[in-house]
Every structure is written in C-alpha cells, then in structure tokens.
Design a protein around this ligand. Sequence first.
Ligand SMILES: Cc1cc2nc3c(=O)[nH]c(=O)nc-3n(C[C@H](O)[C@H](O)[C@H](O)COP(=O)(O)OP(=O)(O)OC[C@H]3O[C@@H](n4cnc5c(N)ncnc54)[C@H](O)[C@@H]3O)c2cc1C
Ligand code: SF4
Length: 340
Amino acid sequence: MRAFVYERASSEAAAIHAASMLAQSPEAQGRPPVEYLAGGTTLVDLMKLDVMRPAKVVDLGALAGVHDVISVAPGGVRLGAMVKMSAAADHPEIVKNYPVVAQSLQLAASAQLRNMATLGGNVLQRTRCPYFRDTSWIACNKRDPGSGCAAMDGLNRQHAILGGSPDCIATYPGDFAQSLIALDATVSVAGASGFRTIPFAGLHRLPGATPNAETVLAPGDLITGFNVPAGPWTRRSLYLKVRDRQSYEFALASAAVAIDMVGSKVREARIALGGVATIPWRSREAEDTLAGKILTETVAEAAARAAFADARPRAHNAFKIALGQSTLVRALLQAAELEG
Ligand SMILES: Cc1cc2nc3c(=O)[nH]c(=O)nc-3n(C[C@H](O)[C@H](O)[C@H](O)COP(=O)(O)OP(=O)(O)OC[C@H]3O[C@@H](n4cnc5c(N)ncnc54)[C@H](O)[C@@H]3O)c2cc1C
Ligand code: SF4
C-alpha cells in the first residue's frame, strides 16, 4: 500500500476542512486528494490493491455519535450516513414499514461486513469490474482516464446492459441504492460551501466519456444522511436479488419494487433494477406500463419487457436481459401478494 496521511476528524466541520483544503493544495497533485474512511470495507480493500491512491485519509469514526442515528416519523425515515448496514437492516420499523430498504441491506455482503460498513460508504462503493480492480490490466477508463476499456471486448459476463457508454460498461454493484432510488429518497450533503439536499437519483453519474467521475459530489463533500419519504407504496415493497450463489455475492440481477394498489389494480409502482446497469437504475418505463392495470403475470411481463427495451448487451452478458426480466416479474408478483 502507498504511504498516505491519516487524520482523525474531531467534528464534521474539521473533516470537511481537512478534505477541502487538501483538494486545493499542491500536495495533492497527480493523486486523488482525499478519501473519507468510514467502515473501510471498500476503501482499504482498493488501497491495498493500489486502485485507490489517496494522498490523505480522513477517518470519520469520531462523527459516528452524530450521524449514526435512525429516526422514524410519520412522514418518513432519516438514516444517518454512519449508520451500520446491519443496524438499518434489522431496525424493526424499517423491516415492517420499508421492507425493500431492510431487504436490500440484509441481502448484501456478509454479516461481518454489514456490522462494519456504513450506509454513506455503501452508496459510494466502487464497481467490481475485474479489470478495474486489477492494475495489471492497463486499459480501464475508470481507473486511468483515456486508457481504454478492457471489458468491452474482454470477459463481460458481469457487466451492464443498461446505461453503458463506449468508454465503460461497469455495473454499479450496490443493493441499498436500488431501494433508495425506487422510494425517491434524498441525500443530505455537507461541503465547503454549506449544506444541500439532492435527490438520490441525481447522485450518480452515467459513465459517458468520463467514467472516472462517478457522482456529482465535489472534493470534501460529506454525505450526512438519507431521507426516505413514506408513501402508500412503502409497505408493499420488496427487494429480490439473483446471484451466482445464495449469499455473500453481488447481484447479477435484482429488482426493488414498491406498489400502491387498490384491490388488484396498480395505482402507482416504483421500480429500480440492480446488477444490470452502470448506476442505480429507476425504470419509469416499467412503472408507466403498470399504472392503472390489474397486476397479472402478462402485465408484469409487459412491464419487464419495457424495462429492458433499451438493453445493449455485449458478448457474454445478453443472458441478463432474460434474467433481469424474470427477476422483475417475480418481484412484482410477490409484492402484489403483500399487505399494503
Ligand atoms: C467481499 C465483499 C462483498 C460485498 N458484497 C456486497 C453486496 O452484496 N451488496 C452490496 O451492496 N455491497 C456489498 N459489498 C460492499 C460493501 O457493502 C461496501 O464496501 C460498504 O458498504 C462500504 O461502506 P464503508 O463504510 O466500509 O465505506 P468505506 O470503505 O469507508 O468508504 C467507501 C467510499 O465512500 C466514501 N465515503 C464513506 N463515507 C462517506 C461519507 N459519509 N461521505 C462521503 N464519502 C464517504 C469513502 O471516501 C470511500 O471512497 C461487499 C464488500 C465486500 C468487501
Ligand atoms: S468497464 Fe469500466 S471499469 Fe471495467 S475496464 Fe471498462 S472502463 Fe474499466
């Protein structure tokens, strides 16, 4: 691992100051200036692989007491950025009233990782593209802009069929993000110029010509929490994840669904897809197909076809179209059976 400066921030303001100052300093030249350290389960992993090379690491551990709170109110739930994945996954109110959120966390990683990893770090985890994680591959535009993309004509079974560009087809790997985007959550951000709230759907950027720029966050921006609004669809919601093995594995395809129904008719549906796209992926096409319809298998299949109409497979990942469609159909039909 390369040498780096370690600093333990004593307050939120100190963390932002440490991160923002370095971003403008000559010390940072040629290296990404600073990374926050939360649970470290992505960051330390990638530093050891020499994929992430921050000049400075600012430890957020001392902020845990401020930002590890879960507050539930009639209008929604607030999840602090330092909340551990396991704490949110097992919270009784979230399990009962926001099952898609709880399940997206329960089905992620392993118990040990969930006890260590935070929600803020989770949404900013990096892709599992093997060419990104192995520096012996020269061509990776995400790791080294302008170097090319080894996955495009390489082994791309895991890669994205939605939201890709000629420069990158890496899949966004997380699960929790799908539940946030489906439920119209927002993200609270503190930065050098103050506080702001952004829609979760606006946090991640499509790869386009700059796959290295993954989010709209500026250097030093600190995620402080997530707000998930309550809606008539939140209780009838679930997360379905399909992977190569039953546990401790990333999604090949997943679906986060939340449905407001009157009898067997869909009033409004919220749908997000994981494992198949370059960013957390909301499928408005599938939602529009379902609105106002009786939720039969035929209607669910039509919604699934709409969700993948723009899919662009490469040599080894065309199977994800059928897999993603059947995952969504199963998720919709299971959700229809739930109590609203
Ligand atoms: C073997 C393995 C299997 C896994 N399986 C899954 C899975 O199935 N599903 C899944 O969703 N995830 C999975 N993960 C990923 C895991 O969930 C993430 O590594 C974890 O959630 C990251 O959180 P962290 O607190 O450890 O972040 P860290 O590693 O500390 O940080 C990650 C990144 O986020 C930044 N960051 C952290 N907190 C903040 C903040 N508050 N504001 C701004 N920036 C911040 C850091 O600077 C860093 O760039 C797996 C990980 C491993 C190692
Ligand atoms: S898909 Fe993206 S992350 Fe993977 S090699 Fe290509 S540019 Fe790199």
